[in-house]
Design a protein around this ligand. Sequence first.
Ligand code: GSH
Length: 214
Amino acid sequence: MIKLYHAPRACSLAALSLLHHLDAPFQLELMDLRRNEHRQSGFLALNPLGQVPVLVDGDFVLTQLGAILGHIARLHGAGRLPELNAREQAEQERWMYFFASVLHIQFAGYWRPERFSDDVLGHEAIRATARKHLAQAFAERNAAMGRKTWLLGDKLCLADFYFLPVLGWLPRVLPEGFAPYPTLEAYLDRLLALPAVQRALADGGVDRQSLLAA
Ligand SMILES: N[C@@H](CCC(=O)N[C@@H](CS)C(=O)NCC(=O)O)C(=O)O
């Protein structure tokens, strides 16, 4: 059976929500990052980067959220996820790469500037730049969502699950919260209303308020 290492409010929320959405059998390993459980030797043996999510499937250990979402979907998605044509699959991948390589990295710059420069004097500049780029990226996404229900229109896809935790981090970095991004906030509320997402939040003892708390 699949085992998922997940920390509440972390990007692993996407994988946990997808597992629930697909009614997949799995075992949950809850991690407390504040207690540095991700830096313990047992976990580092699974992921030397010391990051969640980690998925263990028998003797197969998989890291990187986008790959994990794809693996779960291939194992358990048949008949439970909408069929995507070639362009829709490309769009799904586009957004997952974007979240991983652009948005997630900007959040990392804001929270962990020491990973981008050893020069402590430069850290505030890194954080300010990250915040600026995040505000621009969310403004662009807010405009582009338009009247769409999900990123691909009416088909809920893996990228929507990926976007969930990323949107949850927004108010922790941007002082105005969702006020400049009402379309994204309505989209987030649709995600939060999914029974699978509610179950995933409950697993980690999180609700809407604590997910979005600064
Ligand atoms: N590129 C990785 C990023 C994983 C990641 O940054 N995980 C965060 C939580 S969202 C984490 O475990 N942070 C702890 C740390 O980096 O020390 C992925 O897509 O899985």
